[in-house]
Design a protein around this ligand. Sequence first.
Ligand code: ADP
Length: 256
Amino acid sequence: VDIVEKPTGTNRNVLMGHVVILTDVTNFAEKDKAKTHFIATLSHELKTPVSVIQMSAELLRNKKSGDLTENQKELLTTIENNNERIRRMINEVLDISKIESGTIDVTLAKENVEELIEKAIEGVQLFLDEKKLSINKLIMPKLPLIKVDAHKTVWVLNNFLTNAIRYAPKGSLLEVKAIHKDHRVEISVTDQGAGITHENQKKVFQKFTRLVKTESGGTGLGLAISKEFIEAMGASIGVYSKQGEGATFWIKCLPE
Ligand code: ADP
């Protein structure tokens, strides 16, 4: 902070000196680390009960047909879908804590775009059915292989799809597109939801951003993790959107 004085009879400010204020943030950083560690430990502990619920639900579903009434089957689907949501949130928390401690590794290999897309769609099939959404796939013929970490790319596309499903109106159409343009392969997911304003488009890639609270929940971490994964592979990520006209989330990857 500058200390200034105006000598009598003049209009000038004369600088007399500075005051420097120092705040020790060590304590804050330690508390923040301890909090992240606590959340990560808790999330890890939650993995076992969530898998037990999933296995028990599968056992129930696999009972001879006729054992369960239609109503019971519907309830079972609700249990399975919501348990899957919890499982995803736990993994997001664990992923962000790995990213923050710098222990994420990337394995690049030549991958087939269509196979990656198929895997990502497979992972959200139950949510698509729940909301009666369909997907239009537009994949350019003769796409080159791309150099990516397959597991992480599928994770990111799956996250785009999960969001598209969450923010799209019931019964609408999603589009998954893959094109080869300007020496990059662009894979995108488009929905017909409310879209994102220009000023919010940067924010959605930051940790814990949740512009709207939806009943199906979310951690606000998915796109932040996606950005870290994609940039660690040397690829890029972004969104095109106009409010009221849906959103298109894309990644651009290097061909092999
Ligand atoms: P989460 O979905 O768990 O909240 P994300 O990081 O995946 O976290 O997304 C952050 C925020 O970005 C969401 O809460 C939502 O407000 C906004 N968003 C993401 N995808 C879309 C989309 N397809 N349409 C509209 N808003 C979106």
